[in-house]
Design a protein around this ligand. Sequence first.
Ligand SMILES: C[S@@+](CC[C@H](N)C(=O)[O-])C[C@H]1O[C@@H](n2cnc3c(N)ncnc32)[C@H](O)[C@@H]1O
Length: 311
Amino acid sequence: MIDTSLYTSHIPVMLEACMRLMDPKPGGHYADGTLGAGGHSEAILKASSPDGKLMSFDLDPAAIAIARERLAPYGERVRIIQDSYVNLGCYAEADSLDGFMVDLGVSSMQLDRQERGFSFLQDGPLDMRFSPNQKVTAADLVNDLPEEELARILWLYGEERKSRQIAAMICAERERNKIETTAQLRDVILSAAGNSREKIHPATRSFQAIRIAVNGELDAVEAVLPAAVKALKPGGRLLVISFHSLEDRIVKNYLKTESKDCLCPPEQPVCTCGHKATLRELTRHPVTADEEEIKVNPRSRSAKLRVAVKL
Ligand SMILES: C[S@@+](CC[C@H](N)C(=O)[O-])C[C@H]1O[C@@H](n2cnc3c(N)ncnc32)[C@H](O)[C@@H]1O
């Protein structure tokens, strides 16, 4: 029997807005690309009661074990798949889904488990993989990447202003000792970043950047958007919750491009691209959490939800 406090530690973000915008209905077919603790999945199952169907993906067998127990009362209505949401097309036929969502990033359950190595607040192995089947860990990147590549990752994925100093300090430290734990990495970052006036811990941005690189998170977002559009029925809804400006930019640009009938430069008198819109945006501006939600769930502060309907 799994302790239910494991999944109640992760509060699903903007749950009400997600359900309003996805609008699950009895008899509908839905997919949740990021099962996590199963909060959004359970809400979809409840809203599409008594016979809506759901397939839910996660790379992390630990998350799947917890969510499987939570969703057990829904029996055959839910299919849980241990795979990347990028492979949606291997499980869902074209034009088959009424709704698809992803809630990107890391769950509170993953952050809280020190052995997963996601958090600088606890000491653990420098891992950060969503899936244990993945070969490269955070320790591999930190110990093996050339200094310029490390600096690039910290700058690009973490928007870390001290990316060069931190990368240089990591490389100096790894000459002496292999960096194998989250505490080691945190201390190296602290010695390079010094005292920061920012509200967040000086290691926040670097840890986020390394996690994104380990899991290829931006490539995954880029790949899932066309796969989702293909799998949705006309009228089906696509929902993406992102926590990082680069992820949100990918989603925003994709929705904007796919909502246009022609992508030719405006000065061109006749369309030659032949592009046809596949989506209509339902959220011109991203939906964000209100103050009340942020108070209860501080993680929701940086969440942005964008939604589109397939044409
Ligand atoms: C923020 S949590 C989702 C929480 C979930 N919506 C809930 O209500 O409990 C993100 C989850 O996505 C999973 N994940 C990240 N990248 C993935 C991918 N490419 N394919 C499948 N799952 C992924 C992570 O392992 C994590 O469990």
